[in-house]
Design a protein around this ligand. Structure first.
Ligand code: ARG
Length: 590
């Protein structure tokens, strides 16, 4: 249920009309769409599109309607009276065009000023949700793919939180277990025979440490053997090896946390190693159900529609990424009792998750119907590319360190800020804070604004451009509106209490309606877990504000000043909420 959605509210009115107009089809769902302007003109705000398909159903039965158009007229005539609607008309083959009342739009926009943006939140039937995102691997590369997962996952978590999910867990399923640790520990012991004395600074850059040990591993058979024995010792729980493992994990964590801190992302860690003890009992349950079979010495599970099986136990008796996911999903469903598990990774893992979910369905641990709860969803995303169209790498073709990337974004923003005419008016602290907000915001927005399934090209010049669809442009638009209100010298809280919002000018009305459409766009963005839909809305909001409203309607000093200031404030409220959902820190001054 979603009282703030215009579409939903119109849907209710049309449902009533349809019941009366076509009593023989009581289950018809009203089809209501927002109208988009063609060549700059829009004939209506919304359209009801039922008449055509409905007429096909009742043809010959209800003879008072000769054609879809007359059915459209019938639907229009039977609409219950409502203060929402200004006028209706039937167009073409039977579309019912709806023009909303500007008074109603104004009142609804004013309501968000008094009641806050939470009053516009849809209540989606989401109960206990987990978003598994970021989830980098320790001592392997934390690459830009993990940055995408972190950014997209955080936004999805914020969106679901806004829908008042009963509880929401942001889970970092860190890859802290696996054969790479044998190599790292062997290397660590070789370099530091006394591992208790190793400090973080000694290993410093874990990525370099990983590379050096990999080099050793690939070139020296003795070392390789040593590494393999180290894995066995670690898995056997040898305290010396466990300590070394923990040390290495700690260093990685420190590095990950630096990225999370800059991005303002909070995650709750439950790493792969946590699930180790749960693997044997989970496999046992699957064995009992007869799901696991032998295949060339490995223990595997076959699932519907996929030729290759999942490998639950490797030929050497070892477990893999997949085994851990079997145990962790079992835990999530049965111990944490989650209703919805969302996994955010690159699309390359789509098959992995498809098979995982199918295995659970086969076991009867998930309902066969994917829309039923508890449910699992894989949210995939495309690659991050460099300007050359290949995977994003540094010049020396190394993995880009995320911290360096964020530093560079901030540095460039700082340079741009210092070049501004009013740079002298800014304190050191303001410059720091603002360049962080814009720099990190730009990196996030560049990622979120495109459909997550497509690859995206990482380009600083593009994302930091202050024109076009970038965070820089949006943040400046926000700051500019703040300054309009500041310069008016009016107390906006006072105006909110006593002022009246009216939308007489066409561009005021367009802006007001767009504000009011926030909820339905948000619902769409949520339904498909597509943050780019929300980005597009935000960009359009800025465009309508700047190019229409602010270009054509004088605010300060005009007779409509109070109302227009209120409209500015409402725009700020909605913009800021979009920023919040996208994890972007607003900027108040420019
Ligand atoms: N560590 C994995 C990777 O880097 C992502 C883990 C996603 N979560 C999961 N439960 N499998 O690709």
């Amino acid at each position: 249920d979603c009282p703030a959605s215009v579409r939903k509210q119109l849907g209710k009115l049309f449902a009533e009309s349809l019941k009366v107009t076509v009593p023989s089809e009581p289950d018809v769902v009203p089809l209501i769409d927002a109208c988009v302007a063609k060549n700059g003109v829009k004939h209506a705000d919304y359209q009801c599109n039922n008449a055509m398909s409905l007429f096909a159903k009742i043809k010959g039965k209800q003879t008072e309607f000769k054609n879809p158009r007359s059915l459209g007229e019938g639907i229009m005539k039977n609409l219950p009276p409502s203060e929402m609607i200004e006028s209706c008309s039937v167009a073409g083959p039977g579309f019912v065009n709806i023009v909303l009342s500007k008074k109603w739009i104004a009142q609804s926009v004013q309501q968000v000023l008094t009641d806050g943006i939470d009053s516009w939140a849809p209540r989606l039937p989401v109960k206990r949700v987990m978003v598994d995102f970021s989830s980098p691997n320790i001592a392997k590369e934390m690459h830009v793919g993990h940055l995408r997962s972190t950014i997209i996952g955080d936004t999805l978590a914020r969106m679901l939180e806004y829908c008042k999910a009963e509880s929401l867990i942001r889970r970092n399923h860190i890859g802290d277990w696996g054969t790479q640790f044998g190599m790292l520990i062997a290397f660590l012991f070789e370099k530091f025979p006394n591992p208790e004395e190793v400090k973080e600074s000694d290993i410093g850059d874990l990525q370099a440490f990983y590379k050096a040990s990999k080099l050793r591993f690939d070139s020296d058979p003795d070392f390789k053997l040593n590494a393999q024995q180290s894995v066995v010792k670690l898995q056997g729980g040898d305290p010396k090896y466990l300590t070394a493992w923990q040390q290495i994990c700690e260093i990685s964590r420190t590095e990950f946390n630096k990225v999370y801190q800059r991005l303002g992302v909070h995650l709750e860690e439950m790493a792969e190693s946590f699930f180790n003890p749960l693997i044997p009992p989970t496999l046992e349950k699957l064995e009992k159900l007869g799901l696991i079979e032998d295949s060339e010495g490995a223990r595997v599970i076959f699932v519907e529609g996929v030729d290759i099986p999942l490998i639950a136990v490797k030929r050497d008796g070892g477990f893999n990424y997949f085994t851990t996911d079997l145990a962790s999903l079992w835990y999530r469903l049965n111990v944490e009792k989650l209703d919805w598990n969302i996994y955010v990774t690159d699309v390359g893992q789509a098959q992995h998750f498809d098979m995982l979910f199918k295995a659970f369905k086969r076991a009867g641990w998930l309902p066969k119907d994917s829309n039923e709860y508890p449910k699992c969803t894989h949210v995939g995303f495309g690659l991050v590319l460099g300007d050359d169209g290949k995977r994003f790498r540094t010049r020396s073709s190394e993995v880009v360190r995320l911290v360096d990337l964020l530093d560079e974004a901030k540095r460039r923003c700082k340079v741009a800020l210092l070049e501004r005419d009013n740079a002298k008016e800014w304190t050191e602290k303001e410059i720091e804070k603002t360049s962080e907000a814009i720099g990190y915001g730009a990196v996030k927005y560049a990622d979120l604004k495109i459909n997550r399934l497509t690859n995206y090209t990482f380009n600083f010049d593009q994302m930091l451009n202050d024109k076009g669809n970038t965070a820089v442009y949006l943040l400046y638009a926000h700051a500019r509106i703040c300054s309009i209100i500041r310069k008016s010298g009016k107390d906006i809280e006072e105006l909110k209490k006593n002022g009246n919002l009216v939308l007489d000018h066409e561009d005021e009305r367009t802006l007001g309606l767009h504000l009011l459409q926030f909820t339905e766009v948000f619902v769409e963005s949520c339904a498909n877990l597509l943050p780019n839909v929300l980005c597009e809305y935000l960009y359009n909001l800025s465009e309508i504000f700047t190019k229409k409203f602010y270009s054509n309607c004088q605010v300060v000093g005009s007779p409509e000043e109070t109302s227009r200031l209120l409209l500015c404030e409402a725009t700020l409220v909605v913009m800021r909420h979009c920023f919040y959902l996208l994890g972007i820190e607003p900027v108040y001054k420019l």
